[in-house]
Design a protein around this ligand. Structure first.
Ligand code: SF4
Length: 463
């Protein structure tokens, strides 16, 4: 039977009522933190209690609980990916975005397939295995077929030691049939951000184009999931409206997906508005999120939806990225460029927004390795069909770790063998040995066996 794809309802009144409570209640907060450590997630009333935390002592307890949940579920791995912008053509007018239609400061282009292949090769040669394909919300004359061709091109590029093994996609909302066709292209996650869940603000900042239709956008994941795409990624552009409202609304969105499809979203992205050329609002976000509130919202998300990946982009600077890894972030982009052709050309003027982290992949890998994290380029779950409900069935009893840490090790060693600078290789090899020594015996044997295959020249080995 078909699913009602029309409605995701954000109950704004319920959220405003919840947000009337602003007083910190230490007893209640500690109860909620205790509940969060059971790893079953939290409800809206619990999250609201955490949003009221202000005192340094309770804040530290909140962050500590988030660190423990992060560590328990995700261990030491951090998944790396890079965005590949194929086009900045756009028919919408989002006041915070450089790609908005009518912005004369941006030169419009959609990469041709040769250019897409070039960009892909450059990403592969940095060591990437996962790409997030991004396009503005209009296509060249081939229409959606253009995106399908790009996906085929990207998967088709083989370099001496690597290839892209998973393509996630961030493109405009589609009809259900179009989502079916997109799934046929073997995408990983379909990602789309609501930007703001506050309807009035949404209308104020999206001035023209199909994106002005709040309901069309918010119902996109229903259509995607009905079409069989069971890994979907949602997100908010923080700074447009009160972050506390956005987090509670996001929780309503997740809960409704869970109710309808048995599984919520695979990832949540947490971009904050950054300055963008020719987009005035981006210079003065209406409701900026302070660094402290940003840490808080990540910690709260980690506790409320413990099994959902949290994605941190290179909008944030290295210091903030480092801090939030421990608080809940599980996936990061690295070495990113946010303009079509950005990996072959150095034209930052055409970027969608400005970046806070300009380091190359090798530097990011060295940095996170020296913090004790295993940079993971793993795409194993997606290729073994461990997606959607199957993924959650393994994640919730804590079984997914047995795959993830081992696969993280084999893909990290692939990186160290073929793409790392000598300094990064040295730090990385030392971490690999340290982790072997700390692993339980069964897991260590599996990891050692995969790693030795990689060191003998085999690639793409995973469990
Ligand atoms: S945010 Fe997306 S839809 Fe809006 S103008 Fe930018 S590219 Fe277009």
């Amino acid at each position: 039977m078909g699913v009602d794809t029309d409605s995701i309802t954000i109950d704004e009144q319920q959220i405003f009522t919840a947000l009337e409570t602003t007083t910190e209640d230490a007893v209640r907060v500690r109860e909620v933190l205790k509940k969060a450590l059971e790893l079953k997630g939290l409800g809206a009333a619990d999250a609201t209690a955490l949003m009221c935390v202000e005192s340094p002592e309770l804040l530290e307890e909140l962050f500590d609980a988030a660190r423990r949940v992060k560590d328990e579920i995700y261990g030491r791995r951090l998944v790396l990916f890079a965005p590949l912008y194929v086009s900045n053509l756009c028919s919408n007018d989002c006041t915070y975005c450089a790609f908005r239609r009518g912005n004369p400061e941006v030169h419009r282009r959609a990469l041709n397939q040769e250019e897409v292949a070039n960009e892909t090769r450059l990403l592969i040669d940095q060591g990437h295995k996962r790409i997030l394909l991004v396009a503005g919300e209009a296509y060249p004359k081939e229409g959606l077929e253009y995106i399908f061709k790009c996906i085929e091109t990207i998967y088709g590029v083989k370099s001496e030691w690597g290839e892209i093994r998973r393509i996630n996609v961030n493109i405009a909302p589609l009809e259900t049939d179009e989502f079916r066709a997109l799934k046929e292209c073997k995408i990983g996650t379909y990602q789309l951000f609501q930007e703001t869940y506050h309807r009035d603000t949404y209308l104020k900042v999206h001035l023209a184009g199909k994106k002005r239709d709040f309901d069309w956008r918010i119902s996109a994941m229903n259509r995607a999931m009905e079409a069989g795409i069971d890994d979907v990624g949602i997100g908010v552009l923080f700074g447009l409206y009160d972050w506390r409202f956005e987090v509670l609304a996001l929780m309503q969105h997740v809960a409704q997906l869970e109710e309808r499809f048995g599984v919520g979203c695979h990832t949540i992205s947490v971009p904050r508005i950054e300055p963008a050329v020719g987009a005035e609002l981006s210079e003065h976000p209406p409701v900026p999120v302070t660094d402290m509130d940003f840490r808080k919202l990540i910690a709260i998300l980690r506790l409320t939806v413990p099994y959902t990946g949290i994605i941190m982009s290179t909008r944030e600077n290295p210091e903030m990225r480092r801090e939030t890894f421990a608080l809940g972030v599980s996936q990061i982009s690295a070495g990113s460029r946010t303009n079509p052709g950005g990996y072959s050309e150095e034209d930052y003027e055409m970027s969608q927004f400005s970046l806070g982290d300009h380091r190359c992949v090798d530097e990011v890998v060295r940095d996170i390795t020296s913090m004790g994290y295993i940079p993971s380029f793993c795409t194993g779950c997606y290729r073994m069909g461990r997606t959607g409900q199957d993924f959650m069935d393994l994640a919730k009893p804590g079984l997914i770790k047995h795959y993830c840490e081992v696969n993280a090790m084999s893909t990290f060693v692939e990186f160290l063998e073929h793409y790392a600078s000598p300094e990064t290789k040295e730090v990385g090899d030392a971490l690999v040995e340290k982790i072997f020594n700390e692993m339980p015996e069964g897991q260590r044997k599996r990891a050692e066996s995969l790693v030795s295959e990689v060191r003998c020249g085999k690639r793409d080995v995973y469990v």
